[in-house]
Design a binder for this molecule. Structure first.
Ligand code: FAD
Length: 311
């Protein structure tokens, strides 16, 4: 069983999502190739080659792939597709953008957000915002999978280096073109992979208070900041911080929810966190049903006390 796994990276670092998706990929096949795409990605390919359990790193290095546009990326994957039983990617924004196009072109179904591999053709995935788990068995000749990385531990680094091969990139006049990318610069850990996440909800009441209450605590704990959709919609936090069904899915070691009620759409993005701490002034807030530690209180009093206690 051969597997092609698309590497996830930002052109500087191979993301941990790749190592997590690799753990799932290893359960679907025994010969795993990682495809590194982009422009000037030799360092990423070398990092991928050290991951345990892969035999080959394929490098598609071309300016057309620099912006991760789905069109050239899918064409590159499709140029290799005939050699693989499974094509997989982490369910990141790139994976979720490109693999549906690959699946459509191969005329197979995509199995999205895999959280467990039962056999190489049978998978579990969440549906209804994580309220039910669906078991999907496919008879398709090629399996196209996106992997929910929070459900898998990262594969460790191996002892050797896998073989690195450069492949030809299909040339075409693509109908999509990269215009610009606006990236929020932050010294804080990345939300999707942070070990600690502190999220704020509508209770924060303003963008200033969101920043002033969450910022110092996040600094103290070296945590990433997240937000509920209500906080994002109200303009207290940028939308790339949204956690939930229509935001990011996170599973940190510690998730602290401040003034968040715990609507199912929010829980869909954080309920697999290892330890959940909720601070809410309403003792009946649904967030307390998933919290390991709950504190009923006013966050504007509790958070400064917490900071004081942290020293
Ligand atoms: P609220 O529900 O208003 O809760 C605020 C909480 O703060 C309350 O529990 C209150 O008791 C508490 N509080 C108030 N003042 C204080 C205080 N001083 N101290 C302590 N606690 C206080 N939501 C998401 O978060 N992520 C998603 O991805 C998402 N996707 C959605 C997709 C769809 C299709 C739909 C329909 C909804 C989605 N939502 C999502 C919205 C979701 O249903 C909720 O509306 C939202 O999560 C509520 O955000 P909140 O908990 O911040 O606000």
């Amino acid at each position: 069983m051969t597997v092609l796994l698309l590497a996830d990276h930002d052109h500087h670092t191979l993301s941990e999502a790749t190592a997590r998706a690799l753990t799932a990929a290893k359960q679907t096949g025994n010969d795993i190739h990682i495809l590194v795409t982009g422009s000037g990605v030799s360092a990423i390919a070398e990092a991928a080659a050290t991951l345990e359990g892969i035999s080959t790193v394929l490098v598609a290095d071309d300016p057309a792939l620099a912006a991760n546009l789905a069109e050239p990326l899918a064409a590159t994957i499709l140029s290799l597709a005939g050699q693989y039983d499974t094509i997989a990617a982490a369910a990141t924004s790139v994976g979720k953008d490109v693999l549906p196009r690959v699946a459509a072109r191969l005329d197979v179904m995509q199995i999205s957000d895999v959280i467990r591999v039962i056999t190489p053709d049978t998978f579990e995935r969440p549906i209804y915002a994580g309220n039910a788990i669906e078991t999907v068995k496919t008879a398709d000749p090629v399996r196209v999978l996106t992997i929910r990385t929070s459900a898998f531990n990262p594969a460790p680094a191996g002892e050797g280096m896998a073989e690195i091969k450069t492949i030809a990139v299909p040339q075409n006049t693509w109908r999509t073109r990269f215009e610009e990318e606006t990236v929020t610069k932050s010294d804080r850990p990345e939300l999707a992979s942070a070990k600690i996440v502190i999220s704020g909800g509508r209770a924060l009441g303003s963008a200033d208070r969101f920043r002033d209450v969450l910022g110092p605590l996040a600094e103290r704990l070296h945590a990433a900041i997240g937000a509920s959709r209500a906080a994002v919609d109200a303009g207290y936090a940028p939308n790339d911080l949204q956690v939930g069904q229509t935001g990011k899915v996170v599973a940190p070691d510690l998730y602290i929810a401040l003034g968040i009620s715990g609507a199912i759409q929010h829980l869909a993005g954080m309920k697999d966190s290892k330890i959940i701490v909720a601070i809410n002034k309403d003792a009946d807030a649904p967030i307390f049903q998933v919290a390991d530690y709950g504190l009923v209180g006013d966050l504007f009093e509790v958070v400064p006390e917490l900071e004081k206690a942290l020293g």
